[in-house]
Design a protein around this ligand. Structure first.
Ligand code: AMP
Length: 220
């Protein structure tokens, strides 16, 4: 019975010594992002307008597409944009924010959160899952339709309408009519960008709705 014991010993001596327990891995160092400098100006001081990217001839020749994704992805820019949109409404009654698909959802959602109110999506035709009410409106070529759920508004609610950009005002004026038809009191319209040459802001103001836009660009 002694032999198997010594054999076991020999075998044991051949096996590799157990690896030393590794020291617990040090938590990976998280480097704080370097303050971004735009032409010598700290990122926090760069005006909103400079954070918006312009793409010429998109989606068709002649259009200067004002791309707010560069503004949204920038933590200073997104924070400031929401703060600036909310600031004039401090102390005023707002019961809900309505946002127009799709960029109006991003901005309107953040504004609603900041105001501690609910959010109402104004969507393109056929996107909402339940019973809807809608309105057709004129485009340059043809018509389009926006819709809300038929129970989205409680009659008499004070609603702030939000979108990224006001151009001709066709979409926003249709949204105002639809929300009013559902019983909303539209207390204001807030946009990041106004294209004043296209007259949309004046059209909305003519409906008795105050308009706020943070930056303006010439042309369409
Ligand atoms: P309108 O109904 O003419 O006021 O157009 C407003 C809608 O079209 C908004 O939802 C914008 O997102 C979009 N839009 C119109 N013109 C531009 C532009 N130059 N750059 C980016 N978006 C635009």
């Amino acid at each position: 019975m002694a032999a198997p014991k010594s054999k076991t010993k020999v075998m044991a001596s051949k096996t590799k010594p157990p690896a030393k327990a590794k020291a617990p891995a040090r938590a990976a160092k998280v480097k704080a992002p370097k303050p971004r400098i735009h032409g010598g100006v700290p990122a926090s001081l760069v005006p909103l307008k400079a954070r918006i990217r312009t793409i010429p001839n998109y989606p068709k020749p002649g259009i200067m597409f004002r791309d707010i994704t560069t503004l949204l992805q920038d933590p200073f820019g997104f924070r400031k944009l929401v703060d600036d949109l909310v600031q004039p409404h401090a102390g005023h009654r707002i019961d809900a924010v309505a946002g127009i698909e799709a960029r109006g959802f991003i901005i309107g959602g953040a504004v609603a959160h900041q105001l501690s109110v609910g959010f109402i999506p104004v969507r393109k035709k056929g996107k909402l899952p339940w019973d809807t009410i809608g309105i057709d409106y004129q485009l340059e070529y043809g018509t389009d339709r926006i819709e809300i759920h038929k129970d989205a508004i409680t009659r008499g609610q004070s609603v702030l309408l939000v979108d990224d950009l006001i151009a001709t005002g066709g979409t926003a004026t249709a949204a105002i009519k639809l929300l009013r038809q559902a019983g909303a009191n539209i207390v204001g319209c807030s946009f990041v960008i106004d294209l004043p040459d296209l007259g949309g802001k004046k059209r909305i103001e003519a409906m008795g709705v105050p308009v706020q836009a943070l930056v303006e660009f010439e042309g369409e």
